[in-house]
Write a protein of this length. Structure first.
Length: 247
């Protein structure tokens, strides 16, 4: 069974939560449209919090199907614990995660995280996740190979901290809907969600999963399928014309 949060988020957000950054339809309306169309996503697909962390590092610059193969190899070798991953050689680790791409670099990143966990928290994930969110986020960002998206995935999905995860799908959808500018960076996008929506782990978990599905199936980089997308009613007319013209 996948390690997942309860799926009551759709009942925990007001139908008309105020969008403080824009007069356009609020992020709450977007969430409800996606949830009613797609249902619960049960993301992150992992059995334990540590497996979430491993997956968050391995998924950098690759498709999830490639990560699944690497994680399966680690599970077969019984390496999905901090202690076991710390003992295995970096060379063997790299071979086992080869399917995830950039496998040597990612082996180094996994080793760096395990070393950080051991030195800062005695190898205890429980102790690590009891650290206040801002402090832990800052520490994670200082670990080799952990950037904002990876850090926030670890915080939200493994540690159940109320931090919204932003990815390329998020920016693409918001940009096409006129909610952000092309210059908007990661922190601006994260702030948009966290200042507009209540700090609810279940809500953030589900919302990010819905965004990923929307980006994969409808709001694609090329040939977007706007007329089939649950968010089409919110899409500005000029954006629809522009996307259709270039698709």
């Amino acid at each position: 069974m996948a390690f997942a949060l309860p799926l009551a988020a759709v009942q925990r957000i007001p139908q008309s939560a105020p969008a403080r950054h824009t007069s356009l339809p609020g992020l709450a309306e977007y969430y409800h449209a996606l949830y009613l169309s797609l249902g619960p996503q049960s993301w992150w697909p992992a059995r334990t919090p540590f497996e979430v962390i491993v997956g968050a590092i391995l998924t950098q610059n690759t498709a999830w199907t490639n990560v699944e193969k690497a994680v399966a190899n680690l599970r077969r070798e019984r390496l999905l614990t901090p202690k076991a991953l710390g003992r295995v050689s970096q060379a063997k680790l790299a071979r086992l995660i080869r399917s995830s791409g950039y496998f040597r670099q990612k082996a180094k990143k996994l080793k760096a995280f395990v070393k950080f966990l051991r030195s800062e928290y005695g190898g205890s994930l429980g102790k690590m996740f009891r650290t206040p969110t801002p402090e832990l986020r800052e520490k994670l960002l200082a670990v080799h190979g952990i950037g904002p998206e990876t850090a926030d995935s670890i915080l939200l999905y493994a540690g159940q901290h109320p931090v919204f995860v932003v990815d390329a799908y998020t920016k693409r959808i918001l940009l096409r809907h006129g909610l952000v500018s092309a210059k908007a960076g990661y922190e601006e996008l994260r702030a948009l969600f966290e200042k507009t929506l209540p700090p609810d782990v279940q809500l953030y978990n589900e919302y990010h999963g819905l965004i990923v599905m929307t980006g994969k199936h409808w709001c694609r980089t090329k040939n977007p399928r706007c007329h089939e997308c649950p968010l089409q009613p919110f899409l500005p007319a000029d954006s629809l014309v522009r996307l259709e013209t270039h698709s």
